[in-house]
Design a protein around this ligand. Structure first.
Ligand code: ATP
Length: 546
């Protein structure tokens, strides 16, 4: 942290930014004090530097308050808070330079003048079990107060509640936080997702039993983000990852490209559930991982709400492919495909899609896809899109069902490496088998379109399963399998949608594991809050394993 010349130009030094601090003191001092503050600087350090810079009486106690135009409130920072974290939540313009007149700034004042309302918010409730009265209002107020103090995590006994900040908070997930939470009992430090990962890891080692973490919440609440922070932490806790971390981390973007889509609630919504099992030796060294997917939403492939998109990978491919690739995979423009066409198909994020296509290639390489295999996958994706352009016509007596257009059928036959005659037969005729004979008869027009769509869905489903299989193959330690090395596991279950949790035995598990006073409130309120994800650690629970 350093004092700047106050010339008005923001200075950046890595993570550091210039922060303006306005003194609110009985005697006149300079109008404001610009300080260069970096991510790791606490409010205590910033106050100390501001006091020195302004030439104030260092024997007095001072407080730092954040003022936000939108909230209109002053919020007191605790000594250990990081002022820069607050700045990163301000509008972009205010993050760079924030004169008092613009409404976002910090105030320095003598400690005894801090507002009462702010004092009552001090300390907050790290654990909802400590609330004096448990009502919907008190729970929401506690979560709200913590969120505005930038504490996105709160405990309810051994359950972690995470409020989606909808913004990357780099300081929260700094690798040094993994160390900070290592070997600490749950609740000793402020609530954090790394604390849950550490507790599961320790329980596995000390109790020599498999452990399980379940994530639940509505679409867009942050389950996928939270599970990737858990995986990061759980791989970092292992003493020796032997390159496996790279493979596990590469699996994420590949699965996202094929299994996520833009929906009304979430631009990157996972359309499948997943159970990730990390395997460790008894010593805590990571040895492998297995991903199990369930319930891929295949109908999205052929139809969806107007405001939503098909799976990411189609747009990555169509926008990101080179000229040669476009020729090789016979790619058209997005609006030329029935399965992508919609009234408002504005791909206003083409640059991002191009970048994602490159990132997908890298991630596929990280999990061991050879370039010939990648080509094969992209040919199948292209075939699925062309399949949607297959049309039918029927003779008046409904005796003959024609399929076309001819160029689409030729393209399909080339991409899928299937003879055209066989393709036509599959797309137009059903086979009825009796005890004595088998008879081929044409589909009705309605049936034929259903068959076409079913074929596209089956192809995509099979492709997705095969990709998961390939990733699992890359993540398993073959030597361990051959030598039957015994492993302990931590499972991370990313529930697909809230309804699953409501209707299966996890709700019961959750009740058994929660402080009684809170259990009904968690069920009634927290699980149903938008943008709130619930992370449950179930000690020694084996039910998730099949
Ligand atoms: N801890 C977090 N820090 C920063 N941003 C977050 C965090 N959690 C969620 N987000 C933001 O919210 C978006 C939605 O989160 P995420 O995709 O994890 O939700 P989800 O519950 O998995 O949704 P779905 O069920 O639709 O897959 C993310 O793309 C990210 O922008």
């Amino acid at each position: 942290m350093s004092y700047t010349d106050g010339s008005g130009r923001p200075e950046h030094n890595g993570e550091a930014r210039v922060v303006q601090i306005y003194p609110r003191l009985p005697r006149d001092t300079s109008t404001y004090c610009p300080l260069q503050v970096s991510g790791g600087d606490t409010a205590r350090a910033v106050i100390h530097n501001a006091v020195i810079t302004l030439g104030l009486d260092a024997s007095q106690r001072y407080s730092l308050l954040e003022v936000r135009k939108s909230g209109g409130e002053e919020r007191l920072l605790e000594a250990g808070d990081h002022p820069l974290e607050r700045v990163l939540l301000w509008p972009r313009k205010a993050q760079r330079w924030h004169p008092q007149s613009e409404g976002h700034y910090f105030i320095l004042q003598k400690d005894n003048s801090a507002g009462n309302q702010l004092q009552s918010d001090r300390g907050g409730y790290d654990d909802l079990c400590n609330l004096q009265t448990v009502t919907e209002e008190s729970i929401l107020k506690a979560l709200h107060n913590r969120f505005y103090r930038l504490n996105i995590y709160t405990y309810a006994s051994n359950i972690l509640i995470a409020i989606n900040p909808n913004k990357f908070l780099p300081l929260y997930y700094n690798p040094k936080f993994v160390k900070k939470y290592e070997n600490q009992p749950l609740g000793k430090l402020s609530p954090h997702i790394f604390a849950i990962a550490d507790v599961a890891f320790r329980a596995m080692l000390t109790r020599q039993k498999n452990q399980c973490i379940v994530l639940s919440g509505e679409s867009g609440s942050g389950k996928t983000e939270s599970s990737s922070y858990l995986i990061h932490c759980l791989t970092a806790l292992s003493q020796n990852s032997s390159g496996l971390e790279r493979t596990v981390l590469g699996a994420g973007p590949v699965l996202e490209a094929f299994g996520n889509a833009k929906t009304a609630e979430n631009n990157n919504s996972s359309r499948f559930g997943k159970f990730i099992q990390l395997n460790y030796l008894e010593s805590g060294v990571i040895r492998g991982a297995v991903i199990e997917k369930y319930l891929l939403e295949k109908c999205r492939l052929v139809s969806r709400d107007q405001r939503e998109r098909n799976y990411h990978v189609f747009y990555y491919l169509l926008v990101g492919a080179s000229k040669e690739e476009k020729e090789e995979f016979r790619l058209l423009e997005p609006q030329d495909y029935l399965y992508l066409k919609q009234d408002d198909l504005h791909l206003d994020d083409k640059e991002k899609l191009r970048q994602e296509y490159k990132r997908l290639h890298q991630a596929m390489e990280m999990v061991g896809f050879l370039s010939s295999t990648k080509k094969h996958i992209f040919s199948i994706l292209s075939a699925i899109l062309h399949l949607g352009n297959v049309t039918y016509s029927q003779s008046e007596d409904a005796e003959v069902l024609e399929v076309g257009p001819a160029d689409v059928l030729s393209t399909l036959s080339d991409l899928l490496k299937v003879k055209k005659e066989l393709l036509v037969k599959t797309l137009t005729k059903k086979r009825e088998v009796t005890a004595t004979e088998s008879v081929d008869s044409p589909y009705t027009l309605q049936e034929a379109y259903k068959v076409r769509d079913s074929m596209a869905k089956s192809l995509y489903g099979a492709l997705f399963d095969w990709i998961v299989l390939h990733i699992n193959h890359a993540m398993l330690n073959r030597r361990d399998m051959e030598e039957s090395v015994s492993c302990l596991s931590i499972g991370v279950l990313d529930m697909f949608g809230f309804e699953n949790l409501k209707t299966n035995s996890f709700e019961q598990l959750c009740i058994n594991y929660t402080n009684e006073r809170l259990q009904c409130y968690i069920n009634q309120h927290i699980f149903t809050l938008k943008q709130v994800c619930v992370i449950l650690f179930f000690q020694d629970i084996q039910e998730c394993w099949h």
